[in-house]
Ligand binder design. Structure first.
Ligand code: 13P
Ligand code: SF4
Length: 345
């Protein structure tokens, strides 16, 4: 039962002490998050992974985050994911073969004028491809700065795999929508309006299945029912939704904004359910609701539960660890180039 599992996790944490580090993404559920040694957004978790000296890193997040932790960790460290089914549907929307096909087609159209960049929500193979081709990774909290840098390198960008973060960021930098094209990896076609040579950003046709559930209709409804409520959304939401919102930014930005808001303020939040629930609980002095009244859980993030965490920790303590995430050496080397370029900016 859960009391026994809680006791087991606490006991193993105590026994392993500094040898163990448990990073937790803001979308993790409370039963797991209460055991995290550090909480963070994707960028913070990448930085923490690069700096911890712990021997065992038990990652409470999704597969691509554990891969990133492995890439940035040192040789004596090992990374574990308590449930291997905790993937990310967005990361799965770009595979390396599709990326190579797209790159051949795009470089034949545009020559050597494109820099690839990938949201960290992507497989290590994609990060490695980007690293080999002079590009960088990007997170939702540094997307603008990194994209500005990317334009100092090349005339055009290929942005994988989230079309919405790519479009929202480019739009913030003043690039008009008709200078953005979309690459469809299934039909292997480039969709654009106007003059091909004017295209500045090529967006991969991927999305987050959680953030696509926030709609213009949700915002209109909030405006009607609560005219004094502010709307804050994650930039993985569609362009139209971000345009109608009052604020947008990464999970860290959303948390900081709510924390710094005066008592009595009202907020509709467009991001994953566990984070919205936590903010509601931690800020009883503010009125907080989910922008989509049905709440929006990330099913794969939610696969990391107390039972899997306890199982993973127990296997480490017994000397027979399960679910290690190990990126192969070559992929790791080039992925690290892409990650280091981002972390140095
Ligand atoms: P951030 O924590 O970087 O905002 O990322 C959100 C997300 O969807 C992670 O999967
Ligand atoms: Fe992937 Fe979206 Fe879940 Fe984040 S919230 S892990 S981007 S599916």
């Amino acid at each position: 039962n859960s009391d026994e599992l809680n006791d087991l996790v606490s006991k193993i944490k105590q026994n392993l002490g500094d040898e163990l580090f448990i990073p937790g993404h803001h979308y993790q559920k409370e039963e797991v998050m209460k055991f995290a040694d550090a909480r963070g957004d994707s960028l913070q978790l990448a930085q923490l992974s690069a700096n911890t000296t712990a021997k065992y890193i038990v990652f409470c997040g999704v597969h691509f985050m554990a891969e990133t932790a492995d890439i940035l960790s040192s040789d004596h460290q090992s990374v574990y994911l308590p449930d291997l089914r905790a993937g990310c549907s967005m990361a799965d929307m770009a595979d390396i073969k599709q990326t190579e096909v797209a790159w051949d087609e795009l470089t034949s159209k545009f020559g050597d004028t494109i820099l690839p960049m990938t949201y960290v929500n992507s497989t290590a193979a994609i990060k490695s491809f980007v690293g080999q081709n002079g590009g960088t990774t990007v997170t939702s909290s540094n997307a603008k700065r990194v994209m500005e840098w990317a334009f100092t390198q090349k005339e055009r960008l290929l942005f994988l795999p989230d079309q919405h973060l790519g479009r929202n960021t480019a739009y913030n930098l003043g690039i008009p929508l008709d200078q953005m094209a979309v690459w469809n990896p299934i039909t292997e076609t480039l969709i654009y309006e106007g003059d091909l040579q004017n295209i500045k950003v090529i967006l991969w046709k991927g999305h987050c299945s959680v953030h696509e559930n926030f709609t213009e209709h949700n915002i209109k409804q909030v405006r009607n029912e609560h005219p004094d409520m502010s709307v804050i959304v994650h930039p993985e939401c569609r362009r139209e939704v971000v345009a109608l919102s009052d604020y947008n930014g990464s999970t860290k930005y959303i948390i900081d904004t709510i924390e710094n808001a005066p008592s009595g303020t009202k907020w509709a939040i467009g991001t994953e359910m566990n984070l919205v629930k936590r903010l509601i609980k931690e800020h009883p002095d503010k009125q907080i609701i989910s922008l989509n009244p049905h709440m929006c859980p990330c099913l794969t993030m939610n696969r990391i539960d107390l039972a899997h965490l306890a199982w993973s920790l127990d296997s480490i303590e017994q000397g027979n660890p399960v679910n290690q995430i190990k990126v192969n050496e070559e992929v790791s080397y080039y992925s690290k180039l892409a990650l280091d370029r981002m972390l140095s900016l």
